[in-house]
Design a protein around this ligand. Structure first.
Ligand code: NAD
Ligand code: AKB
Length: 310
């Protein structure tokens, strides 16, 4: 049975990943950690600042974990506002977590992003291996992070694994300051007021994925046969390539009067335009059986009723 320490566990992914991992591996085998904690936390939890390597080490040692899932980071839009702080958190935190994995001989997972690509990358069916020259601090951190994880595997034998996540869509915890956040907000606003003003322009396509597919992919990759993993850090995975009007179309099947208007934010629009429309996930399919279950209509049919009962 695995024993896992999750950093950044209160975030959009972590809040759902911890409960999914607890269902899978048992509550006491999954230790959540973050800068803060909910009062009603069920299961082991530690306050850990990932910029403090000793704090990560102490939590990992105390609970005798065999795996670190490192999620703590600043996302693309927030990172662009404070790039120097983003470097310290995204690179410093990753390096600290990798060092603990090396010292304690732990398995290691951390997500990269579609943000690792840049304007020179082929936009459609973006290959697993291609030009990676991102123009955001977040993207620079993600490319450097992928390389650092590869380095820890080749140099020290740390079992590092990762995926390049698309924008994730979920109804449990709101997103933390990314460029793709509009694709979550549009559902919240559709339920609340039947209208949404998008900060991303029409016909701007980005890869998106529903959270259950994102969580299943982590567990599948974590449990995959190491001998089959050629592209460890990090795998392209893809599910839904969509622009704002595609979400509106899917929402109108349930809320016909839904209105979409635009008030484009130039900062996030520029980031979005530098990212791919959709990734080629064939390496993940071949090497560890990645498969997305949700398209935009199936996701929408689940998101709207879940948000109505929130
Ligand atoms: P989030 O912003 O929702 O959550 C990040 C969490 O990290 C927060 O709970 C925050 O309190 C915590 N944190 C911040 N500074 C910390 C510190 N110094 N020490 C410990 N914890 C700290 O982010 P998320 O969406 O859950 O993303 C998790 C990871 O997945 C990140 O690496 C992100 O780049 C990656 N990712 C996310 C998406 C997405 O759409 N959500 C897509 C691609 C990649
Ligand atoms: C962001 O928009 O920053 C994230 C991501 C795709 O990495 N959702």
């Amino acid at each position: 049975m695995k024993k896992i320490l999750v950093t950044g566990a209160m975030g959009q992914i972590g809040s759902e990943l911890v409960s999914t991992l607890r269902e899978h591996y048992g509550t006491s085998n999954v230790i959540g950690s973050d800068l803060w904690q909910k009062d009603e936390e069920e299961g082991p939890f530690e306050i850990v600042d990932v910029t403090d390597e000793k704090a990560i080490y102490d939590a990992a040692k105390k609970h005798n974990v065999d795996t670190i899932m490192h999620l703590a980071a600043l996302l693309s839009a927030k990172a662009e506002a404070v790039p120097q702080i983003a470097w310290d958190l995204n690179m410093g935190g990753l390096m600290n977590a990798l060092e603990v994995a090396r010292e304690l001989e732990l398995q290691f997972f951390t997500p990269s992003s579609i943000g690792a690509f840049g304007p020179a990358t082929p936009k459609k069916n973006t290959p697993q291996e291609t030009v990676m020259r991102p123009t955001t601090m977040y993207g620079v951190n993600k490319v450097a992070g992928e390389l650092l994880c590869d380095y820890y595997f080749y140099r020290y034998g740390v079992d590092t694994r990762g995926v390049r996540y698309p924008g994730l869509i979920s109804y449990v915890t709101p997103p933390g300051g990314g460029t793709t956040d509009y694709a979550v907000e549009i559902y919240y606003e559709a339920v609340k007021s039947k209208k949404y003003t998008s900060y991303i322009a029409a016909e701007t396509y980005m890869d998106m994925m529903y959270m259950p597919d994102a969580l299943n992919s982590i567990i599948k990759l974590l449990e995959a046969d190491p001998d089959k993993l050629v592209h460890r850090n990090a795998y392209n995975i893809s599910a839904i390539s969509a622009a704002p009007e595609d979400f509106a179309k899917a929402i109108r099947k349930h809320i016909p009067e839904f209105e979409l208007t635009y008030n484009v934010d130039p900062v996030r629009q520029k980031i979005a335009e530098s990212w791919p429309d959709n990734l080629d996930s064939s390496a993940a399919e071949q090497e560890w059986g990645f498969k997305a279950e949700y398209d935009i209509d199936r996701m929408t049919a689940e998101m709207l009723p879940k948000l109505r009962t929130k």
